[in-house]
Design a protein around this ligand. Structure first.
Ligand code: F6R
Length: 616
């Protein structure tokens, strides 16, 4: 989703700004731009890739020592150059007089009251060159500017409703950039030379530039100048924020032998799961933070809040939590929960799951639960410095490493690993986990990296399935029990990167409607581990075959399902009991990946999608 980079320096910062945008490209965008101070405001904007923007700034000799840059993921207004950031103020008055091009701004997030503000600014004589809510902020700052940009941003942000992060500069104060954070992430990078300072929406943008990072908090305003910076909190009081040394993950951006980040990340899963479980010697609540034992003792139910793939890992965890820890568990789509009337229960452990830790809907759902008095909160999250981790009492940090491919893969399996540990820890505290059971589960978890590696070796067989899928427009995924969420995740992966319409059903639901869709043009992927529901699933498969549907079955080694006419079987290396979802999802990720390659889609940056969804 949108990305911000800003800098105040004594050297030409355009290369740093553009490289910063390149590091944020993986988040998804549809236009980009950069603006600098160079005897006035100068900018270059493009609806092409950042590499093209770089050519443009070179051709147009855009250089400067103070500047801001942005990758935009369109919300208000089409992806077009005139809507791309940075935006400049120009007004009031038709000819814009001496005030023309005074303020430059970039913005992530959404301004909810932009229509009222736009109307008020138009009444004052401001003219709008774009359809964006961002331009409203720009003119608003201009309208209250009286020689001090920090004061103007402070005043303007008090009139903004919504979630946003902004970075602005003014041609009348050439060595100053001002930032504000309210609902969207923003960090400050303390420069290493010449007193330079930086702003960014993600520390990754500053990899190789500085590792001295300050995570701004909700409501913070920051004033960046040469050799100094200044932060005030939401009540405009001076705020001290810790400077942390953050190892930037530039190394993770190397593709190595892989064609795409998604493929790389699928193949990193044995390592990612091993890292996530590293240091787990035994099951103890303290894996989730200090005080977890007391919290776990007090809770009698679990409420999981998440979006997308993270929601499906929550759906899988529900089966574990209810069957192993015997704790009633509810899983809710965060964007639904945040607006729904619910009955709060103080004995509930609220668990958010998020790769990025910045997903706007999940954060809002968490805050909604807290506002209802549910303060026992825990997150399973891949980013230790994220808002989600900061705002939850307890946390399990997965160690997937940076996930660049928009379609989540290794984040999902590492979330499952963290959620399985949570299940065991809750079961232990509730006296529902014997020492023998704990030892058996731990043994299975330690073997997971090897088991995942064995599944990855099935890739050539999955490629032959992908060849069949490449020319299809619809697909059905079936699973039962613990593997129903895996069918859902398989369908989501296929949709996201191949644009094939895919739907997943609990296999028992087939005869209640979706069977009507089945023809020989509808491939039906069936997740069929050798568990207690296998015989039921086999009957569902017969229902598909009887209608001419072609089955693609992921069967366990010992499940006695054979390939035959209209039934293609890939045999999983071993049956893995309750942890089987971590293995069965891998061929589905590979199926989506290879089908996308066969169809020639942009695997790592699928159309219309962004990596970290920081707007509602
Ligand atoms: C799908 C995908 C999304 C995310 C969802 C939540 O491949 O990546 O569905 O899972 O946007 O994101 P996080 O986990 O960052 O909260």
């Amino acid at each position: 989703m949108c990305g911000i980079v800003g800098a105040v320096s004594t050297r030409d910062i355009v290369p740093i700004l553009v490289q910063g945008l390149q590091r944020l490209e993986y988040r998804g965008y549809d236009s980009c731009g950069v603006a600098v101070y160079s005897d006035g405001l100068k900018r270059a904007r493009s609806t092409d890739r950042v590499a093209k923007l770089l050519e443009q700034v070179q051709q147009e000799s855009v250089t400067g020592t103070t500047g801001i840059a942005h990758t935009r993921w369109a919300t208000h207004g089409a992806p077009a150059v005139h809507n791309a950031h940075p935006h400049f103020s120009h007004g009031p008055g038709k000819d814009a007089g001496g005030k023309a091009g005074r303020i430059a701004i970039v913005h992530n997030g959404i301004i909810e009251n932009h229509e009222e503000l736009r109307a008020a600014l138009q009444r004052k004589g401001y003219h709008f060159a774009s359809q964006t809510d961002t331009e409203v902020i720009c003119h608003l700052i201009d309208s209250v500017y009286d020689g001090d940009l920090f004061e103007a941003v402070k005043e303007a942000s008090s009139q903004l409703h919504g979630a946003y992060a902004i970075a602005a500069f003014c041609k009348d104060e050439p060595h100053r950039v001002v930032g504000a954070r309210a609902g969207s992430p923003l960090i400050l990078g303390v420069g290493k030379e010449g007193g330079e300072n930086f702003l960014a929406s993600d520390a990754m943008a500053l990899a190789g530039v500085t590792d001295q990072i300050v995570y701004l908090e909700e409501g913070d305003l920051v004033d960046l100048q040469l050799g100094r910076y200044w932060i005030v909190d939401r009540s405009h009081k001076p705020a001290e924020r810790q400077v942390r040394t953050v190892q930037a993950h530039s190394g993770a951006a190397e593709l190595g032998p892989y064609r795409h980040y998604m493929q790389k990340e699928i193949f990193e899963q044995p390592r990612a799961v091993a890292d996530t479980l590293e240091g787990v010697q035994g099951i103890t609540p303290e894996l989730f933070g200090d005080g977890a034992h007391r919290v776990f003792k007090e809770v009698d139910s679990v409420l999981i809040l998440a979006c997308g793939t993270s929601y499906y890992s929550g759906c899988t965890a529900k089966y574990w939590l209810e069957s192993i820890a015997k704790i009633p568990t509810q899983v809710e789509i965060a964007s639904e929960y945040r607006y729904r009337d619910t009955v709060p229960h103080p004995g509930t452990l609220v668990v958010t799951i998020s790769q990025s830790g910045e997903t706007a809907d999940t954060l809002a759902a968490l805050r909604h639960a807290q506002s209802l008095g549910m303060n026992k909160t825990l997150t399973v999250c891949n980013v230790a410095t994220s808002a989600m981790v900061r705002e939850c009492k307890l946390a399990y940090i997965t160690r997937a490493g940076v996930e660049i491919g928009v379609a989540s893969t290794k984040a999902f399996t590492t979330q499952l690993a963290g959620l399985f540990l949570l299940t065991l820890a809750l079961a232990q505290v509730k006296g529902r986990l014997s020492e023998e059971q704990e030892a058996a589960h731990l043994k299975a978890m330690r073997h997971l990296p090897a088991a995942l590696a064995a599944v990855l070796a099935l890739e050539p067989q999955v490629i032959s399935w992908a060849e069949d899928f490449a020319n299809k427009e619809h697909a059905l995924f079936l699973g039962r029990g613990l593997h129903y969420p895996i069918a859902l995740e398989g369908a989501l992966k296929l949709k996201e990167i191949t644009y094939i319409h895919a739907e997943a059903y609990a296999a028992g639901e087939l005869k209640h409607g979706p069977l009507a869709l089945v023809t020989d043009e509808m491939p039906v992927v069936t997740v069929a581990p050798n568990d207690a529901l296998l015989e039921k699933l086999k009957s569902n498969m017969q229902e598909v075959r009887a209608r001419g549907g072609v089955l693609y079955v992921l069967a366990d080694a010992d499940s006695r399902i054979e390939s035959s006419d209209g039934i293609h079987v890939i045999r999983m290396p071993e049956h893995y009991g309750p942890l089987s979802p971590l293995l069965h999802v891998v061929p589905l990720q590979l199926l989506a990946y290879h089908t996308a390659c066969a169809r020639g889609t942009d695997v790592d940056k699928p159309r219309n999608l962004a990596k970290s969804v920081t707007v509602e």
